[in-house]
Design a protein around this ligand. Structure first.
Ligand SMILES: Nc1ncnc2c1ncn2[C@@H]1O[C@H](COP(=O)(O)OP(=O)(O)OP(=O)(O)O)[C@@H](O)[C@H]1O
Ligand SMILES: [Mg+2]
Length: 248
């Protein structure tokens, strides 16, 4: 089994971790797609999950979110399992309701129990946050990919989530749309969200992430601060991935 390299954030781990993954196994068809995965995520900031296609990043995110159950092991949160409104997810392909942008956001506010008298004000704030004012009355599903993703991100922030899980949120977006999403992520972090970001975009990881967990074949191969990971990756797998080589 590969050694986990470069545990150079002992400081963070000494403080109360926000999330602990303990020996997670998720198997299908006799294959361990997530294989004895353990990691500790500190109380604040952005962790990027990186690794080649099929490494198990999305599955790991889904295990953390509780959308799938591990065959073995567990995910523990500081302060116990989060309530639904404390955790928000944004996927590569946003799933929006077949109604206007405004109605999508209003629906989210209703879902989280924001009283009617506060909703108009909150709606205005959310539209401004996502620079969505001019799109407010448009049907959400006919917006461009980047516009839809902005709606999905703003919707994810409605309840002020403690945990924000993002699975390749800017893939296929242009640089401007990517910057808009990244600004929303930074805003969420400033508001106290703990972010876990799956990305293949090295620049994005360097801009947003404090630390990196590199996965390969369902296993954690390397864990390091972002600065260290990109400057001097320790594992042969991470070096090959960053060099753009196909990892088998
Ligand atoms: N429900 C399932 N049943 C069987 N195999 C699955 C299931 N879900 C995922 N897999 C497989 O598990 C592996 C890991 O999938 P996962 O989606 O987590 O990869 P990933 O790291 O997110 O890759 P990518 O970068 O391509 O998104 C893949 O080989 C995938 O085909
Ligand atoms: Mg994936």
């Amino acid at each position: 089994m590969p050694e986990v390299l470069a545990m150079d954030f002992a400081e963070e781990i000494e403080t109360e971790p926000a999330i602990v993954l303990e020996d997670l196994v998720f198997a299908r068809g006799g294959r361990r797609l997530v294989d004895r995965l353990s990691m500790t995520l500190g109380p604040a900031g952005v962790t990027a999950l990186m690794g080649p296609n099929g490494a198990g990043k999305s599955l790991t995110l889904r295990l953390i979110a509780g959308l799938i159950e591990p065959d073995r092991g567990q995910v523990r949160f500081a302060g116990g399992d989060p309530a639904p409104q404390e955790m928000a997810l944004v996927f590569q392909k946003p799933v929006l309701l077949r109604r206007s942008v405004r109605a999508n956001l209003d629906h989210a506010l209703k879902t989280y129990g924001v009283p009617r008298r506060e909703r108009a004000g909150r709606l205005a704030e959310l539209l401004a946050l996502g620079q969505l004012e001019s799109l407010a009355e448009r049907p959400a599903r006919v917006l461009s990919g980047g516009e839809q993703q902005r709606v999905a991100m703003v919707r994810a922030l409605v309840a002020g989530p403690r945990y924000l899980l993002l699975d390749e949120p800017t893939v296929s977006l242009d640089p401007q749309a990517t910057a808009a999403i990244e600004a929303l992520v930074s805003r969420a972090v400033a508001d106290g969200a703990r972010v876990i970001l799956v990305t293949h975009d090295r620049g994005q990881a360097q801009r947003l992430a404090d630390d990196i967990r590199f996965l390969h074949k369902g296993r954690l191969v390397e864990a390091a601060s972002a600065a260290r990971f990109f400057r001097a990756p320790q594992s042969a797998e991470a070096r090959a991935y960053l060099a753009g080589e196909l990892l088998l």
